[in-house]
Design a protein around this ligand. Structure first.
Ligand code: SAM
Ligand code: 2KA
Ligand code: SF4
Ligand code: MG
Length: 260
């Protein structure tokens, strides 16, 4: 279900404009196959909130981060829209879904109804809510929107993005609280040193184990053509480092069209 654009009141900074109303800014809600990660191929309903606290230059959901658009839904409306589909799996994504307090309410109510929930998150926020799979995608230095890579300006977001993108105690808290996969967007071999360092820091900090199988390398690419150019090198890196590779099935199948 594509939802209305240019609705008023978007909170691009990701503070709690929605906290009082309890509503959620929804960019799109649709059924597809989970395209990424451990559950790739599983039919799922996707709930995409709008607004993000980061600005990755490569963001494949531009209209939830750089130029957010959405319609306001009550949590009841979101549940009703999900129930229209015959699915057991719900993926809450964005934007950054965990900047919205009402995402916690939604996750509680989905758990009460027996849904399996995956949350796609950048790993900067720890919620107080049940989640079956925390699909955490920590943002590497290569994601920073430098002036040369800014899709929307001259690097105005670079410092804020850089300050916020990684916080090891927050990541460790997520890993300890939830069944977690760490899904890194890989732009090239240059990213591997930072991934190795971060995994090591997490192993030193978190009280639960981080297995190599929980670390997934995902090729950067918003289109089929871009992925064609990156995926082989990233698959080779996964083999070399002993981590897992994840495809982006929805890009291969549908070129990441809206609603897929
Ligand atoms: C749009 S984000 C929304 C959730 C959350 N903000 C995050 O970044 O994890 C959903 C997933 O797409 C990934 N992603 C975004 N742009 C991408 C790109 N150009 N290539 C590969 N993965 C990308 C993110 O890293 C994340 O795993
Ligand atoms: N099919 C499909 N799978 C996905 N897995 C994570 C997605 C996301 O944007 O978070 C996504 C998406 O947008 N589409
Ligand atoms: S954190 Fe996620 S939604 Fe936000 S800009 Fe990066 S990829 Fe896009
Ligand atoms: Mg996506």
């Amino acid at each position: 279900m594509p939802v209305a654009n240019d609705a008023p009141g978007v909170d691009i900074e990701g503070t709690d404009a929605d906290a009082e109303s309890g509503d959620l800014p929804i960019n799109e809600l649709f059924q597809s196959l989970q395209g990424e990660g451990r559950l790739a191929g599983v039919p799922s309903v996707f709930v995409r909130t709008s607004g993000c606290n980061l600005r990755c230059w490569f963001c494949d959901s531009y209209h939830t981060s750089w130029e957010p658009t959405h319609d306001w839904f009550t949590v009841d409306d979101v549940i009703a829209a999900i129930e229209e589909y015959d699915a057991n799996h719900v993926v809450l994504t964005g934007g950054e879904p965990l900047i919205h307090d009402s995402s916690e309410d939604l996750l509680e109510r989905l758990a009460d109804r027996g849904y399996h929930t995956t949350v796609e998150t950048n790993g900067t926020v720890v919620p107080d809510a049940p989640i079956d799979l925390a699909s955490v995608s920590p943002k590497l230095a290569s994601s920073t929107p430098t002036p040369e890579r800014d899709p929307d300006g001259d690097g105005e977001w670079a410092d804020r993005h850089e300050e916020r993108r990684l916080d090891v105690p927050t990541l460790a808290n997520l890993v300890e609280t939830y069944d977690t996969q760490l899904k890194f967007v890989v732009t090239g071999r240059e990213d591997m040193a930072e991934i190795e360092r971060l995994v090591e820091q997490l192993r030193d900090t978190a009280s639960t184990r981080v297995r190599d199988d929980d670390v997934l390398l995902m090729p950067e690419g918003q289109t089929r053509d871009q992925l064609e150019a990156t995926r082989k090198a990233v698959a080779d890196l996964a083999l070399e480092y002993g981590y897992r590779y994840t495809p982006r099935l929805h890009v291969d199948l549908w070129n990441d069209a809206p609603g897929t």
